[in-house]
Design a protein around this ligand. Sequence first.
Ligand code: COD
Length: 305
Amino acid sequence: MTGDGQNTFRHLSEILEIAKDQSSKKLVVAAAEDLHVLQAVLYAQTENIINPILIGNSDKILELCRKNELEPVDIPLIDEKDPVKSCELAIDMIRQGEASILMKGLVSTAPLLKAVLDKDKGLRKNKLLSHAALFEVPSYHKLIAVTDAGMNVQPSLGEKAGIIENAVELFHRIGIKEPKVGILGPIETVNPRIQSTVDARDLKAMNQSGRIEGCLVDGPLAMDNAVSREAALLKGISSQVAGDVDILLVPDLNCGNILYKTLVFLANSISAAVVMGASAPIVLTSRADSGKSKLMSIALAAVLG
Ligand code: COD
């Protein structure tokens, strides 16, 4: 990031460095009996990014540590063999102020999010919750976010505005003042039969009228025009956002998840992913994510937490 608040982050390791420079945050893992999660958490602890608390099947956690030469030193370990109860306990610790970051271990995404969304015992704060993933893509000139690839299945226009606000908050928190948001669709013109293009037009209007603040929104943009200035120029698109986006808003979870996995598995990218909008950042990586990606997600949550 430059002094003028532009996004010049090129590598997720720059986020890791910011996290290392801060005081360490308390992170609680729900269902911690997962080797890659344990490796990332213990590494982040040695780098003073977090102080972890592990909840889960303690026999399995200790066995995984023994077999893989991991030493859980100075880490509270709470035995809870039921993954759903483990989520509830972890959430309660956040509510009691005993930790400020929640991390998913060996439990499916939906039950964890359901527990987070519980009206009485969850982590809601009158805001939409949404997933945002920050990517280091070798062929792109800066870090770029994809949202929502993990939580909101078929977002309405209002929910898309909430998803943008959460991703913009993430960028503000890492020092980028006015991120550029590209609303993705299959074409760059509005077609009433293609809902993503209609929503894109409306979201751009909401940004222009000040209902969505702190960012520059443009759309609809097809993927090529969003990330390639040349492609945008060829199409005659004149936009500050086209070819230089910081945040890609996808039409729905299907598109988001396919884009996420494509970036990781076909484009050699690394991600750092969190759920925003709750009373604490939530590290919600999938089994398919690498250990490095899990570590980067912890670092990003530590910067946000
Ligand atoms: N933000 C805030 N409140 C929400 C949100 C949200 N994103 N989603 C639902 N709520 C509220 C509703 O207003 C309601 O009050 C309550 O939560 C329950 O709403 P439901 O019944 O629509 O929600 P659930 O509990 O059935 O489902 C919520 C999930 C997040 C579990 C669901 O949307 C889901 O399964 N999403 C996909 C998760 C997933 O599988 N991801 C992995 C793909 S990578």
